[in-house]
Design a protein around this ligand. Structure first.
Ligand SMILES: *Cc1c(COP(=O)(O)O)cnc(C)c1O
Length: 230
C-alpha cells in the first residue's frame, strides 16, 4: 500500500529543490494533482494532505467526482481533449482549461461560461514537438490565435500549456520547454491590456525538473502522487 501523504511530500520536495537549483522564486511553481482514473476518495485523501488544485482529462468522469466532492474547496482544471459538443459542461464546472487547441472550442467556452462565474482561465496548448499525433497549436500559429482568443469576453487568457515528447536527457528536455517559455515571452510583448500572461503549464511526473528549469509555473503530476494508472 502506498501512502499518498508520502508521495505528496516527495513531489513537493522535488519542486522545492528544482526551484532552488534553477534559481526560481520559492513557491513560484504550483502543484496541480492529476486525478484522472482515480477515485473521489483518493482525491479527498490528497485534499486532506493540503492539495486543492486537481486536474481531470475526461469530462463525464470529472463531473461524477465533482458531485461527490462538492463539500471541498477545490480548484478544478481541465487538461484533456475537448469535443466541441461537450463544451457547456466544461464552461459551467471548471476554473481552468489548459487544453485549448481550437478557436471554435474557445469561442464556445466563452459563450457558455455562466455570467455569475468569473471568466474561465485558459491556456493555449502548444504542440511544441510538432507531432502529428498531438493536439495543439504550432508556434507559428500562436500570435493569430492569441489575438482572436484575447477578444473573448468570458475567458481570461493566462498562458501556454505543452506536453513535449520525452527527450534523451535533462538538457534536451529543458531546451524543448524553453521554446514554450520563449513563445510566451513573445506573446507577452504585445502587451494586451487586461491579460496577465504569467502561466506556463508544463512538467509531469517524469520531467518536472526540466520544466521548472525552463520557467514552468504549474506542474501537472499524476503518477507520482496517486501511483500508476491501470
Ligand atoms: C495524465 C496527464 C498528466 C500527468 O502525467 P503523469 O506522468 O502521471 O504525472 C499531466 N498532463 C496531462 C495533460 C495528462 O494527460
Amino acid at each position: 500500500m502506498y501512502k499518498i501523504s508520502d508521495n505528496i511530500a516527495k513531489v513537493q520536495a522535488r519542486i522545492r529543490k528544482a526551484e532552488l537549483d534553477y534559481h526560481r522564486e520559492p513557491g513560484s511553481v504550483q502543484l496541480i494533482a492529476v486525478s484522472k482514473t482515480k477515485s473521489a476518495d483518493e482525491i479527498r485523501s490528497a485534499y486532506d494532505c493540503g492539495l486543492n488544485n486537481f486536474a481531470e482529462n475526461y469530462l463525464q468522469e470529472a463531473l461524477d467526482k465533482m458531485r461527490v466532492l462538492q463539500d471541498l474547496a477545490i480548484t478544478w482544471h481541465f487538461i484533456g481533449p475537448i469535443q466541441s459538443k461537450k463544451t457547456r459542461h466544461v464552461a459551467e464546472n471548471f476554473d481552468w482549461v489548459h487544453s485549448i487547441d481550437r478557436y471554435k472550442v474557445a469561442a464556445r467556452l466563452s459563450e457558455q461560461r455562466p455570467n455569475n462565474l468569473p471568466p474561465l482561465k485558459i491556456c493555449l496548448q502548444v504542440n511544441i514537438s510538432n507531432e502529428s499525433s498531438k493536439s495543439g497549436f504550432s508556434v507559428a500559429e500562436l500570435p493569430s490565435i492569441f489575438d482572436a482568443v484575447a477578444e473573448l469576453p468570458q475567458l481570461q487568457l493566462r498562458g501556454l500549456m505543452a506536453i513535449p515528447k520525452k527527450c534523451a536527457n535533462l538538457t534536451q528536455q529543458r531546451k524543448v520547454f524553453a521554446q514554450v517559455a520563449s513563445s510566451l515571452r513573445e506573446l507577452a510583448l504585445t502587451k494586451k491590456p487586461k491579460i496577465a500572461l504569467n502561466t506556463l503549464s508544463m512538467g509531469m511526473s517524469n520531467d518536472l525538473e526540466a520544466a521548472i528549469a525552463a520557467g514552468s509555473t504549474m506542474v501537472r503530476i499524476g503518477t507520482d502522487i496517486f501511483g500508476p494508472r491501470s
